[in-house]
Design a binder for this molecule. Structure first.
Ligand SMILES: [Zn+2]
Ligand SMILES: [Zn+2]
Length: 263
């Protein structure tokens, strides 16, 4: 976060996919650093049952105090975990060696495009009435005519969708969960030649991840969680690209821009 220049005070919700060390052991350090920076804003942590014990236990055994509240939510089932004005976050059970979840971040639709010329043609004066129409309200003009928002605005524009698998074997229903995502971040621990080991350990191969991306008609696939046995990920990238061309391998500090949608 320091290197990426992400503030320790910004609004933060943490979603943990499962209780394996490589996915949770970083969190106590992050929370402790935030306390050193005198954070006051609460942090919400979501994860499978056990996450509360884990955080309480580390906090007690390491004997560190926090300067802000940590709200812990143990996920009991699939569905919407967070429903904010601008987005919602949903979870689906994935298929790993322990209880695990995959997550989808889905932006709510944006208002349609505003056409000033249409408003002018209908005799709506620039100013407060425009803002009312832009926020979806209906207005009545001085001559009694009613102008609806849809008279001067295009249809709502879809939000963006990002799906993150965590560690998982391919599982039924995932393609529906990830349908039409702008970005799918999928684990790809072992290359295709180790498909049996992947199945045994609860992981996926590049061609399995790519098949899910294809079935879900996502726009961009990013492979992650590549085993340390590979000095570089070119073999995995090659295997995935045979099935789904628009694939990248995640790197630290990688930035991808997902443009707003315009219908
Ligand atoms: Zn794991
Ligand atoms: Zn892992």
């Amino acid at each position: 976060m320091m290197q990426a220049r992400v503030s320790f005070h910004r609004k933060l919700k943490v979603f943990l996919t499962h209780l394996h060390g490589d996915h949770v052991l970083g969190l106590p350090g992050v929370l402790q650093t935030m306390a050193l920076m005198d954070r006051k804003e609460p942090v919400q942590v979501y994860g499978p049952p056990g996450i509360k014990d884990f955080l309480v236990c580390t906090k007690e055994t390491l004997n560190f105090g926090l300067t802000f509240p940590v709200e812990i939510y143990e996920i009991m089932g699939e569905g919407t975990l967070v429903d904010e004005e601008e987005y919602r976050l949903t979870a689906v059970k994935s298929d790993h060696a322990v209880k695990s979840y995959a997550y989808a971040f889905v932006e709510k639709p944006r208002a349609g495009k505003f056409y000033p010329k249409k408003a002018q043609a209908l005799g709506v004066q620039l100013g407060e009435l425009w803002s009312k129409l832009q926020s979806g309200q209906e207005i009545t003009l001085s001559d009694g005519r009613v102008v609806k928002s849809s008279d001067v605005m295009g249809p709502p524009r879809a939000g963006r969708k990002i799906v993150y698998t965590g560690d998982t074997r391919p599982f039924d229903g995932f393609a529906d969960f990830a349908a039409d995502a702008d970005l799918l971040i999928h684990e790809s621990t072992f290359d295709d030649s180790l498909a049996e080991k992947a199945e045994l350990d609860g992981h996926s191969t590049p061609s399995q991840a790519a098949s899910e991306a294809k079935a879900a008609r996502v726009k961009q696939l990013v492979l992650t969680h590549v085993s340390a046995r590979y000095p570089d990920a070119s073999l995995l990238l090659e295997q995935a690209k045979k099935v789904f061309a628009n694939t990248l391998v995640a790197e630290d500090f990688m930035e991808l821009r997902l443009p707003l949608k315009e219908n």
